[in-house]
Ligand binder design. Structure first.
Ligand SMILES: C[S@@+](CC[C@H](N)C(=O)[O-])C[C@H]1O[C@@H](n2cnc3c(N)ncnc32)[C@H](O)[C@@H]1O
Length: 338
């Protein structure tokens, strides 16, 4: 089975799908630093570094695939973002996905997987979601409310990061006789211990430490609830989750300020390292940032990514749906005539 990635970032979706044997044939990403990290770690044969608005199926010779995934930019759709929806230029990028699907025509991918902020479903009184639903249907896909589901990395995988995202899976009407899609279920197993991801016992480079005379040092120290806890500064408030859980790692970690979560190490209060953040997103241990990628951009890249084990869980169900119930298998037809 073959996949392609739009807005591939550093490859969260791609790595998760590859773990389920769905190999990425080509990936599209605009940001040069993200492409550098992707290239250094993911063995996709073709990486197209371009603005999606300048890409076309014929002009760029895009190979048809079984699954197209697209974690499209969410700044205008997230609750904490601008909430400007499709009025925002970044929000309009969604229509580029639809354009490419149409350009593929009868060779369009049987399965389309989208990812965005959970607020996408509710924004503008539900109008964003309705619009998306209509556009996807008009492009030749089955899509109903049931084709969208929130998935929290903390509840659906063993990652100790709370990260709720909206996943949407649409099936092509040419390839499937119904649009039903079974999503993964929450897991009953416990999340892994935070200490498998964060080094609480050893010192890291001094650049990660907050000076003791910094006012946030005192704010966090004063609200410290104990060891081995992760703290996040949000609008001048200190936030913690229940013990053992990391709050959502966001793309604004790379914007400076104090957006990277903190922990107490042997020498004081410090930021999580970019590699600890990568681990909390489920990236493999050998995943690395090329030297050319600046420190702040590394955090942005991790915060933007789809958590790899979440992508893998979803890929299991996509693979299952692709393997059974396609029109050319006759399985769905049989069920209907029975
Ligand atoms: C949420 S991230 C995607 C995460 C990714 N899907 C994954 O699997 O980890 C969105 C990505 O879209 C890229 N992007 C934003 N505008 C773009 C454009 N006009 N054309 C192509 N890529 C764009 C950003 O650089 C960013 O890496």
């Amino acid at each position: 089975m073959k996949a392609a990635a739009l807005f591939s970032g550093i490859g969260g979706f791609c790595l998760g799908f590859e773990r389920q044997g769905i190999k990425t044939q080509w990936a599209l990403e605009l940001n040069q630093h993200a492409v550098e990290t992707y290239r250094a770690n993911v063995s996709t044969p073709r990486i197209i570094q371009k603005d999606i608005r300048e890409v076309s199926v014929a002009g760029d010779d895009l190979e048809p695939v079984d699954v197209l995934h697209a974690g499209f930019p969410c700044q205008s759709f997230s609750q904490a973002g601008t909430r400007s929806g499709f009025d925002d230029d970044r929000g309009k990028l969604f229509f580029e996905i639809i354009r490419l699907l149409r350009e593929f025509g009868s060779k369009r991918p049987p399965v389309l997987v989208l990812e965005n902020a959970p607020f996408f479903r509710y924004g503008d009184g539900g109008a964003w979601f309705l619009r998306l639903q209509n556009e996807i249907r008009k492009a030749g896909y089955w899509f109903r409310d049931e084709n969208a589901q929130e998935i929290d990395a903390y509840k659906f995988t063993t990652l100790p990061q709370q990260r709720v995202r909206l996943f949407m899976v649409a099936l092509s009407t040419d390839h499937f006789i119904s649009g039903r899609f079974e999503f993964p279920k929450p897991k009953s197993v416990k999340a892994k211990d935070l200490s498998e991801f964060v080094d609480f016992d050893n010192d890291v480079d001094e650049q990660y430490y907050l000076p003791k005379d910094n006012r946030y040092y005192h704010m966090i120290s004063n609200s410290a609830k104990g060891d081995r806890q992760i703290y996040q500064l949000r609008k001048y408030l200190v936030r913690t989750k229940e013990p053992g859980v990391c709050p959502t790692l966001t793309a604004n970690m790379g914007l400076g300020g104090h957006n990277v979560p903190f922990v107490f190490g042997p020498s004081g209060l410090r930021k999580l390292t970019e590699y600890e953040c990568l681990a909390l997103q489920g990236f493999p241990k050998d995943f690395h940032f090329p030297e050319s990628v600046p420190w702040a951009k590394r955090y942005t890249q991790v915060g933007n990514a789809v958590a790899v084990p979440v992508a893998e869980e979803l890929a299991k169900f996509v693979r299952k749906r692709l393997a059974t119930g396609r029109i050319d298998d006759g399985e769905d037809r049989l069920r209907i005539s029975a």
